[in-house]
Ligand binder design. Structure first.
Ligand SMILES: Nc1ncnc2c1ncn2[C@@H]1O[C@H](COP(=O)(O)OP(=O)(O)OP(=O)(O)O)[C@@H](O)[C@H]1O
Ligand SMILES: [Mg+2]
Length: 472
């Protein structure tokens, strides 16, 4: 455990857990038409959206279990799933409704994480749930948006003063990260036709369909510029990484050409695990970030399954490293660093139900393996938080849990969004997701502001866990 230069004291932080119920999708609605049943198996308390009750379809919808979460978002009300296959049937009013849902989720889930990150806390948001339950939709937006090639003639919807100016001077000693684990490379290539201010172009943005990642990105840039306008002694630097874990292999989503599909190794160091050779890009504005995300989304492994036209077959992890540097009148330097991990997991699935075979069966097996390990890690961390002795946390049993060790159990304010289907056919998976989620709620970690009063140094936020996850 590294405690150098820590000036704030540790603070206990419980993992925040939200639940999001997606609307019925085309297949579920069709089932409903055929059977004329009312298959809605979840009820969110009207007066208290923290309470959710499962209704057992095998017992005439009798209430089964009630859970308490941070908040439950019930997108079913007057809405239906915005599926690729349903394109064209969706009217403007419906889009506005879904846009409102997205905005509400961002304000409760994404915004507080960003606020904490700008104060110097590490943060992590991860979406967990059955395949087709809305993880990618929650993190990124509708999948066609996430990979859309933008029309270069699309005008910028927002014109932010100074956004395109380079006001993020490079900090000395920043290029060599701890352990030499990551190489920082600036985005020096000119922006090409993908350049745009929205992940899916003007239409997507005006309809407000974007998920947490694009919204958080835009606010992060705006907020840092706003801070700098108020305080000219402040400068900032943002670096990003984007990688996927596919069949247990870690792959960079930001490299192109010959380096594509190269498996990267997760190495261990005294300060925790790191990914050797992962590219880290210096980014200055939202357009650069969106361009890189879009490129990465195109690289990411997806496939059609019975449950989802574009199912994520890999776990995707987007990391922002934010450094805020201040030099006062007396030349006293201080630095706040934070790392934000935004994670869109591949979906858990019963291989039979999701209709996978062959190559996809292997993928599903690996996905299930890492998600099972995630479940065991969550279980172990919850037990440790309840002061159970002698509990072993199996971080190293999957690459997913190993690279996210600090986000799950270390110096990090972590938020989970459990996404669920409301339909009776998915009752078992929905119950399982809620059980998982309620266990995650019990995890308490020690967090600390990553503040360094002595000026630029070689430390980075993510290597300074108050309780390094690797300590468990
Ligand atoms: N809250 C929602 N409102 C409207 N449409 C939604 C919502 N959640 C999901 N959808 C739609 O449902 C479909 C499946 O969602 P999504 O791709 O996000 O699932 P997923 O959990 O990421 O699945 P997988 O694990 O297979 O990747 C998509 O077409 C998406 O646009
Ligand atoms: Mg997905």
């Amino acid at each position: 455990m590294n405690s150098q230069n820590r000036i704030s004291s540790d603070e206990a932080n419980a993992t925040k857990v939200f639940v999001r119920i997606r609307p019925f999708n085309v297949k579920e609605r069709k089932l409903t038409e055929d059977t004329k049943q009312l298959p809605y198996v979840l009820r969110v308390d009207e007066n208290n959206p923290s309470l959710i009750t499962t209704l057992d379809p095998s017992k005439e919808m009798l209430p089964k279990d009630t859970y308490v979460f941070e908040r439950c978002f019930d997108d079913l009300v007057a809405s239906y799933a915005l599926e690729e296959g349903a394109k064209g049937k969706i009217d403007a009013a419906e889009k506005r409704k879904v846009g409102k849902d997205q905005s509400l989720v961002y304000s409760h889930v994404g915004k507080p994480v960003l606020t904490n990150a700008l104060q110097g806390y590490n943060g992590c948001v991860f979406a967990y749930g059955q395949t087709g339950s809305g993880k990618t939709f929650t993190m990124m937006g509708p999948t066609n948006i996430a990979v859309a090639k933008c029309d270069p003639s699309t005008p910028r919807v927002r014109d932010k003063k100074g956004l395109s100016e380079s006001v993020t001077p490079r900090l000395s000693g920043e290029s060599n990260e701890t352990n030499g684990a990551t190489q920082t490379s600036g985005v020096s290539t000119p922006m090409d036709a993908l350049e745009d201010s929205a992940l899916g172009g003007e239409e997507a943005e005006s309809a407000g369909l974007e998920g947490i990642i694009p919204r958080l990105t835009r606010e992060m840039i705006d907020e840092l510029h706003r801070k700098r306008e108020k305080d000219s002694s402040l400068s900032f630097r943002i670096e990003m990484e984007y990688f996927e874990i596919y069949n247990e292999k870690v792959m960079d989503l930001l490299t192109a050409g010959g380096n594509k599909n190269v498996e990267l190794r997760v190495r261990n160091s005294a300060s925790g695990p790191y990914i050797e050779g992962l590219s880290r890009k210096h980014v200055e504005d939202e357009r650069q970030i969106f361009k890189l995300i879009r490129k990465g989304n195109l690289e990411r492994h997806t496939a059609a399954t019975k449950m989802n036209d574009r199912s994520s077959r890999s776990h995707a992890i987007l990391s922002f490293h934010i450094t805020q540097f201040r030099l006062d009148m007396n030349d006293n330097a201080s630095k706040i660093v934070s790392k934000l991990n935004l994670v869109d997991l591949a979906g858990s699935e019963r291989t039979g139900a999701s209709g996978v075979e062959g190559k996809q069966f292997k993928e599903a097996t690996k996905i299930n393996l890492s998600l099972t390990t995630l479940g065991r890690v969550i279980d172990a961390l919850a037990s440790i938080s309840q002061n159970k002795k002698g509990v072993f946390c199996p971080y190293r049993d999957s690459n997913l849990t190993w690279v996210l060790a600090d986000s799950l159990g270390g110096n990090c304010k972590t938020t989970m969004v459990a996404t669920v289907s409301p339909h009776a056919v998915n009752f078992e998976e929905t119950c399982q997701t809620l059980r998982y989620a309620s266990r995650a709620k019990q995890i308490v970690t020690k967090v600390v502001v990553n503040e360094d009063p002595t000026g630029p140094s070689n430390q980075t936020a993510d290597r300074r866990g108050a309780t390094s996850a690797a300590d468990h």
